[in-house]
Design a protein around this ligand. Structure first.
Ligand code: FDA
Length: 585
C-alpha cells in the first residue's frame, strides 16, 4: 500500500511543473507536486516571457495574467539590444528587440491579446505555484524524487522527505517528470535523447548596483559586451542582463568547458562585473554566483507509458531566444487537458500519445534554434576583428579600424551592421514563438494541404486555421456591452469550443447533442450581426478561412483540431466522427 494516492504526481515545481499543476487543478484533477528544495527558484534565470506563454497564463485567469504584468518589466523597456565594449565604454551598435521595432510591434499586437514582457523566474514560479496550490494542488517541498515503477494501472513513486530522511511512496495514475535539465524521471523512464550535454561553460553572477547612468537613456534587458574572451564558452558574448530596472543585474560570462571549472569566488565575480560594466571602482552587492553548462540535447520521445516528461527534462539548450520556460509552460498546456479528459473518462488513453507526437518536434526545434543562435554571434566578432585567436592588442586595433574614413572601414561598418541585424533570429523571432503547428491523431485533416509560409517562418507568425495550428487571435465585440473579446478568450479553459457564423446554426445544435451524448464540455459561439459576438471589423471573416456557415473546432489548448468550410449535410455525424478520433474513443 502506498503512503499517498493521487491522480497525477508532478516532480518539480519549476515553470513546467507549476504550470502543469495549476492547469490540472483548474480542470479539477487531483494532483501533487514535489520539489526537492524548500522553496522555488532562487535565481531569476528565465525572464523573456513570450505571447504564447502569456496566453496560457491568461487561460488560467485574467487575475493570473494581470499579476504577471504587475511584476514584469513592460515590453517598452525591453527596448533595444545594445552591443558595446562595456556599459561605460563605447557602444558598437544596437537593434530593436522583443517586438520593439514598430513593424514587429504591430505584428505582436495583431497576433495575440497578450503582451511579451520580462518576468524573472523568481516571479513567474511563485505565481504559477500559488495558482496551483490555491486551486487544489497538494505541494510537498523538501521532498526528493528517488525512483518509480509503473504497471498497467498506475505508477508507484518513491520519494524522500529531506527533513526527516524518511522515504514515502505515492501511487498515481500518471507521473509527470518536470524535474529540469538533470531529470532523473526522464532517465528512469528510459527516454531516448539526441545531441550533447555540456557543449559550453557559463557562469551567472547576480548582483545589485544602480546602473541607471549607463542604461536608463537606452532601456534594454540585454547589454552585450564585446571584450576579448567574450566569445569563449557561454552564450556567445558577455552579457549584462537587467533583472529589475536598473538596480538588479545578472551577468552571464562563459568559460572554456575543456579547461578546469573556474572557482567563482566573490572577488572573481566582482572583478568580472566591474570589467563588463567598465567601472573598476563600482560597488556591487553580490547576491550569488554559480556555474552552469550549455546543452544541445533533446528527447526524441517524451513519454513512456504512464510517465510524461516536460520542460528542460526533455529540451536542454542555452537561454538564447528565451525559449526555455516559455516552451515548458506550453508543454504543460498541451498535456494537462489531455490527462484531465482521460482521467475523467471523456477520452481514451491513446489521446495521451499525441503529447509526444506534438511536443517532441518542438523540443528538437527549439534546442536547435537556441544553439544556432549562439553560432550566429560569430559574424559580429568576425566583423569587429575579434575572432578567436586574435591577440588582445590586435583586437583593439581592429575595433579602432571601423572608425576610419577608408573604404575598408566603411566595409567593416557595413559588416558589423549586417551581423547585428541578423541577430533578429535570436531577439525578435516571433515566428519561432508562435508558429507551432501540430500533426497527430488528435488533429483531423479537412483535406486541405498545409499553407506555405509566405514570409520567414522563424521571424514572422503566420495565422491560419489549418487544423493543427493555433486559433488566430482577432478582437470580436460583445453585443451587450460592446467590449472587445479575443477569439482565444472564447476558447480554452479546459473545454472544446466550436466557432461558427450565421447559417451555421446547425453546428450549434449538433455540437450540443454530440457533447451531451459523449459527456464532454463543448461550448459554441455564433459570431455575426445581432449575435452575442459581433465581427464589426471584419477581421474574423478574414482570419477564419471558412464561410459563415462553416465551423472551427478548437481544442482546450487553442489549437484548431478540425474545420469545415460550410455547413455539411449531417453536422452531428461529422462532429461525432471527428471528436471520436480526436479523443481516441
Ligand atoms: P526547472 O529546472 O526550472 O525546474 C525543475 C524543478 O524540478 C525544480 O523545482 C527542482 O527543484 C525540481 N527537481 C529536480 N530534481 C528533483 C528531484 N530529484 N526531486 C524533486 N524535485 C526535483 N527561458 C525562457 O523561457 N526565457 C528566458 O529568458 C530564459 N533565460 C534564461 C537565462 C539563464 C541564465 C538560464 C540559465 C536559463 C534561462 N531560461 C530562459 C531557461 C529556463 O530557466 C528553463 O528552461 C526553465 O527553468 C525550465 O523549466 P522546468 O520547469 O522544466 O525546469
Amino acid at each position: 500500500m502506498a503512503d499517498i494516492t493521487t491522480d497525477v504526481l508532478i516532480i518539480g515545481t519549476g515553470p513546467a511543473g507549476s504550470a502543469a499543476a495549476a492547469l490540472l487543478s483548474s480542470y479539477g484533477i487531483a494532483n501533487m507536486a514535489v520539489n526537492r528544495y524548500r522553496w522555488l527558484a532562487n535565481t531569476p534565470r528565465a525572464h523573456i516571457t513570450n505571447q504564447r506563454a502569456m496566453e496560457v497564463l491568461r487561460d488560467l485567469g485574467r487575475e493570473v495574467e494581470d499579476e504577471a504584468y504587475m511584476f514584469a518589466t513592460h515590453q517598452d523597456l525591453m527596448g533595444e539590444n545594445i552591443f558595446c565594449e562595456s556599459l561605460a565604454g563605447e557602444e558598437i551598435g544596437r537593434m530593436k528587440a522583443w517586438g520593439n521595432h514598430p513593424l514587429s510591434r504591430a505584428e505582436h499586437l495583431m497576433s495575440s491579446p497578450t503582451k511579451m514582457n520580462d518576468l524573472p523566474q523568481t516571479y513567474m514560479e511563485p505565481l504559477l505555484f500559488k495558482t496551483a496550490c490555491s486551486r487544489g494542488t497538494q505541494a510537498r517541498m523538501s521532498t526528493e524524487y528517488l525512483r518509480h515503477d509503473q504497471d498497467e494501472d498506475g505508477v508507484t513513486t518513491t520519494l524522500r522527505d529531506r527533513l526527516t530522511g524518511q522515504e514515502l511512496t505515492v501511487r498515481s495514475k500518471y507521473l509527470i517528470g518536470a524535474d529540469g535539465g538533470k531529470s532523473l524521471v526522464a532517465e528512469h523512464a528510459g527516454l531516448p535523447f539526441e545531441g550533447k550535454m555540456g557543449v559550453g561553460g557559463s557562469m551567472n553572477i547576480l548582483f545589485r548596483a544602480d546602473l541607471s547612468r549607463y542604461v536608463a537613456h537606452r532601456p534594454s534587458v540585454l547589454y552585450w559586451v564585446m571584450q576579448p574572451g567574450a566569445d569563449v564558452g557561454g552564450i556567445g558574448m558577455g552579457l549584462v542582463r537587467m533583472v529589475r530596472p536598473w538596480n538588479e543585474w545578472l551577468i552571464v560570462w562563459g568559460y572554456d568547458i575543456n579547461g578546469p571549472e573556474p572557482e567563482v569566488t566573490p572577488e572573481f565575480a566582482t572583478g568580472v562585473a566591474r570589467q563588463l560594466i567598465g567601472d573598476p571602482d563600482l560597488d556591487i552587492e553580490l547576491l550569488s554566483a554559480n556555474i552552469w553548462t550549455v546543452n544541445n540535447y533533446y528527447a526524441t520521445r517524451t513519454a513512456n507509458g504512464r510517465v510524461f516528461c516536460m520542460g528542460d527534462a526533455i529540451h536542454r539548450h542555452p537561454p538564447s531566444n528565451g525559449l526555455g520556460s516559455n516552451t515548458s509552460i506550453q508543454d504543460a498546456f498541451n498535456l494537462a487537458w489531455k490527462m484531465a479528459m482521460v482521467l475523467k473518462g471523456q477520452a481514451g488513453g491513446r489521446l495521451l500519445d499525441s503529447y509526444d507526437a506534438e511536443r517532441a518536434p518542438i523540443a528538437k526545434q527549439i534546442v536547435t534554434r537556441a544553439n544556432q543562435s549562439i553560432g550566429e554571434t560569430g559574424p559580429i566578432f568576425a566583423a569587429l576583428g575579434m575572432a578567436e585567436g586574435v591577440d588582445p592588442e590586435q583586437m583593439q586595433k581592429n575595433l579602432q579600424a571601423r572608425t576610419g574614413g577608408t573604404p575598408e572601414a566603411e566595409a567593416q561598418r557595413e559588416a558589423i551592421r549586417k551581423a547585428i541585424a541578423f541577430k533578429k533570429y535570436e531577439f525578435d523571432a516571433h515566428g519561432v514563438e508562435m508558429n507551432q503547428r501540430y500533426r497527430s491523431a488528435a488533429i483531423v485533416s479537412d483535406g486541405q494541404i498545409e499553407p506555405d509560409f509566405q514570409l520567414d517562418a522563424d521571424l514572422f507568425y503566420q495565422p491560419t486555421t489549418w487544423p493543427g495550428a493555433r486559433l488566430p487571435h482577432v478582437w470580436l465585440y460583445r453585443r451587450d456591452t460592446g467590449a472587445e473579446v479575443s477569439t482565444l478568450d472564447l476558447c480554452g479553459h479546459g473545454r472544446f469550443s466550436l466557432l461558427t457564423g450565421l447559417g451555421g446554426e446547425g453546428w450549434v445544435t449538433a455540437a450540443r447533442d454530440v457533447a451531451a451524448e459523449m459527456g464532454i464540455d463543448l461550448v459554441t459561439h455564433l459570431v455575426g450581426p445581432r449575435q452575442p459576438y459581433v465581427d464589426h471589423s471584419g477581421d474574423w471573416a478574414r482570419a477564419s478561412e471558412i464561410r459563415d456557415s462553416g465551423c472551427l473546432l478548437v481544442r482546450p489548448d487553442h489549437h484548431v483540431c478540425w474545420r469545415a468550410p460550410v455547413l455539411t449535410d449531417d453536422p452531428a455525424a461529422d462532429l461525432r466522427r471527428v471528436l471520436h478520433q480526436v479523443l481516441a474513443r
